[in-house]
Write a protein that binds this ligand. Structure first.
Ligand code: SAM
Length: 216
């Protein structure tokens, strides 16, 4: 349950110098800009680390053992590749409850929701990590121009995520040209462990990528 992991009262309470000792001073002046929500085993973070070496990014993961695995994986990579992988870290948390405890308004440039749990039954749709209510929170922590990336191999969930984003007044879809020009889009289906599993089985994927827009 939630009582098993620490919950910061506010973003100011989190000492990120412990997560990124080589990049963040204790005053916390450098901020996290990418969040991988439900990061699983951390494959995306590891791919993004060298693409954006100056950007701090964090994985958010509910499962204790998986979080510990990602922590160890990152520490191992830091040891074997001195000076690299200093910009990625992971926290164990319930992202559906505590996103605003970790990030300030407009702080994030990118949020990732890759192969989230489908929660098929209608009564469980409220457990989905993309919903109209949660999109309000994501819009709050994303900067104007920031991007939400979603992908799934479950068609019905793909349609759900797309329709939630499409109907939300603070998000607009990236154009085909923008999707093609974005190097991160290519990683969505192949960088994570779940994505690789789907690819091995020749599974179809359904993607929705939207930008946080300004509202008057
Ligand atoms: N994104 C990874 C990938 O593509 O390989 C993992 C996908 S896995 C199907 C979904 C992950 O989301 C699981 O690791 C699960 O523990 C995590 N998760 C589910 N609900 C969560 C929540 N409320 N907060 C944080 N993580 C959550």
């Amino acid at each position: 349950s939630d009582s098993h992991f620490p919950i910061p009262i506010s973003p100011a309470e989190v000492d990120y110098s412990l997560h990124y000792p080589e990049m963040v001073k204790a005053d916390g002046s450098k901020k996290i800009q990418f969040a991988d929500v439900g990061c699983g085993f951390g494959g995306l973070l590891i791919s993004l680390a060298s693409l954006f070496p100056d950007t701090l990014m964090v994985g958010m993961e509910l499962r204790d053992k998986v979080t510990e695995y990602v922590k160890e994986r990152i520490l191992g990579l830091r040891t074997t590749n001195p000076g690299q992988y200093q910009n990625i870290s992971v926290v164990r948390t319930n992202s559906m409850k505590y996103i605003p405890n970790y990030f300030r308004k407009g702080q994030l440039q990118k949020m990732f929701f890759l192969f989230p749990d489908p929660h098929f039954k209608e009564k469980n749709h409220r457990r989905r990590v993309i919903s109209p209510f949660l999109l309000d929170e994501y819009a709050y922590v994303l900067a104007v121009g920031g991007i939400i990336y979603t992908i799934t191999d479950v068609e019905e969930l793909g349609e759900w995520m797309k329709s939630c984003l499409e109907e939300h007044p603070m998000f607009e879809a990236l154009t085909t040209e923008e999707l093609e020009a974005d190097q991160v889009v290519k990683l969505l289906s192949c960088a994570t462990e779940e994505g690789q599993k789907v690819a091995r089985n020749d599974g179809q994927t359904f993607r929705a990528v939207y930008r946080r827009i300004a509202t008057c």
